[in-house]
Design a binder for this molecule. Structure first.
Ligand code: ATP
Ligand code: MG
Length: 453
């Protein structure tokens, strides 16, 4: 009812009602004059038709045009416009549809600009980039990635990653990123010979605001230059250490010989002793540097074999027992009788000697040291415990760095070089194991090593 009596329809309604009243009145007057009745009905029909046409022109036709314009906007043609001023309502509608079209057109232009900027950034990145959705479909691969791994963009985009990534390292990184839902890193050599490149791939999971996995992004860095520099550094250290080895052995040897020759002058004797002690220290440093260089060589291989753990421990015990006894330390052993493990025996000995050596060095007289070995589900667990000086939390995160020593002055006195734990960590990692340090200042330290079975 409200619609019928609205301002626009009211004149038409009044005209219709008046003409119906007039028609009724004329029909009553005409009684049996059929010609008159027909004439009145014709006039009546004409009036209603005119009203209908007017209504059609003012409302129905413009709505049809508006609908067509909206259809074109839906199709993405944001330049579509329409105007109709036949009625205030239609004028308002056309202004609003046009404003909407203009806004959409601006949004589309902005979106296109942003997408172009993003494509430019992604394609000009110096690292490879891949975007994969949660179902495993590849959405983005950038130019650098195509340069590294060849093929056309269309061979990747829209395909499942496991169908298109031929490189097993990339493949594995995506798999692990999805499986563990955490950042996964891996370095590998891609292509051999002259085209050889070193790549580091980092896979990171993408989560939505509800913390659900939405996909993964891979970034691939070309680290060939870095590797070259690293190799130069390693070669330099290895060569220098090697060159220093012979002269320092001579210096130490001659110093030892001279000391044996009953030197009478106390000053000369003292200086000779310093030469002997320092050359010994230098020799240990050189041996450690060479050990690290050997471990870092690309062609380094472990000599993996099955062996009895207890027997291995017994082979290193005499020298360590002696050192512990000299410092008046109790040395406990908790090693199961029948335990075999698969590892490089000599390297594992090196690990234990280094750790127990540290415990002896950093535990004051009268303290306790313990080597405990146990078999766990997937690993053999080694623990080297002591009741020594311990270290603070900051040092615990740094002790595996080369040349790091908690108390430089004290370590120098004990003759350490700061390479022992770096070597230990390296050996554990080439065995695919893990190393952890647990320590409390002035209470003691426990180093845990887990070697996979
Ligand atoms: N059991 C321990 N208790 C307390 N501090 C320790 C212990 N083991 C290592 N540290 C600290 O960590 C540092 C690094 O140890 P690392 O074995 O690498 O070097 P180092 O013992 O000084 O020399 P070397 O290369 O001769 O072993 C040590 O200087 C010492 O400060
Ligand atoms: Mg040490």
């Amino acid at each position: 009812m409200k619609v019928i009596f609205s301002r626009t329809l009211l004149p038409s309604m009044i005209i219709t009602i008046l003409s119906l009243l007039l028609t009724g009145w004329l029909i009553v007057q005409a009684e049996s004059n059929w010609i008159m009745v027909i004439a009145v009905l014709i006039v009546q029909f004409m009036i209603i038709s005119i009203l209908f046409i007017q209504f059609y022109n003012r409302y129905t036709r413009p709505i049809g045009k508006a609908t067509k314009t909206v259809d074109r906007l839906i199709e993405g043609n944001y330049s579509a416009r329409f105007y109709n001023g036949n009625s205030p309502e239609m004028e308002e509608l056309s202004v609003k549809v046009n404003t909407l079209a203009r806004n959409m057109s601006e949004i589309a232009i902005q979106e296109q600009m942003q997408s172009e900027q993003l494509t430019t950034i992604v394609d000009n990145m110096q690292s490879g980039l891949v975007l994969i959705d949660e179902k495993g479909y590849v959405h983005v691969v950038n130019r650098k990635f195509l340069e590294m791994f060849g093929e056309e963009e269309s061979n990747y985009r829209g395909h499942l990653y496991y169908d298109v990534f031929e490189n097993e390292n990339v493949h594995e990184t995506v798999q692990k990123t999805f499986l563990y839902e955490e950042t996964v890193k891996k370095s590998f050599v891609h292509r051999e010979g002259l085209n050889k490149i070193y790549v580091e791939v980092v896979g990171a999971p993408i989560f939505n605001e509800r913390n659900m996995l939405k996909g993964a992004v891979l970034v691939l860095y070309d680290i060939t230059e870095l590797k070259k520099l690293e190799k130069m550094r390693k070669d330099f250290v290895a060569n220098v250490s090697h060159e220093l080895r012979t002269p320092i052995t001579s210096i130490r040897g001659f110093a030892e010989t001279l000391l044996d020759n009953n030197i009478t002058d106390p000053a000369t004797k003292e200086f000779m002793e310093i030469i002997y002690k320092e050359s010994h220290r230098l020799q240990l440093l050189i041996e450690d540097l060479l050990a690290l260089s050997r471990l870092e060589r690309e062609d380094f291989r472990l000599l993996i074999d099955n062996y009895d753990v207890r027997q291995m421990v017994e082979e290193i015990l005499p020298q360590l027992h002696q050192k512990a006894e000299n410092k008046n330390l109790t040395f406990d052993l908790e090693v199961p009788d029948q335990l075999t493990m698969r590892a490089d025996k000599d390297r594992m000995k090196q690990v234990l000697i280094n750790l127990i050596d540290n415990s002896i060095h950093y535990t004051p007289s009268g303290g306790d040291i313990c080597l405990a070995i146990s078999e766990e589900t997937d690993v053999i667990h080694f623990q080297v415990k002591d009741s020594g000086i311990g270290m603070d939390e900051k040092s615990q995160t740094r002790v595996f760095e080369r040349f790091y020593r908690v108390d430089k002055a004290r370590s120098r006195n004990t003759g350490g070089t700061g390479l022992g734990l770096a070597i230990v960590k390296h050996i554990v990692e080439v065995h695919k194991g893990k190393i952890d340090v647990e320590s409390t200042l002035n209470q003691g330290t426990t180093i845990h090593i887990y070697i996979p079975k």
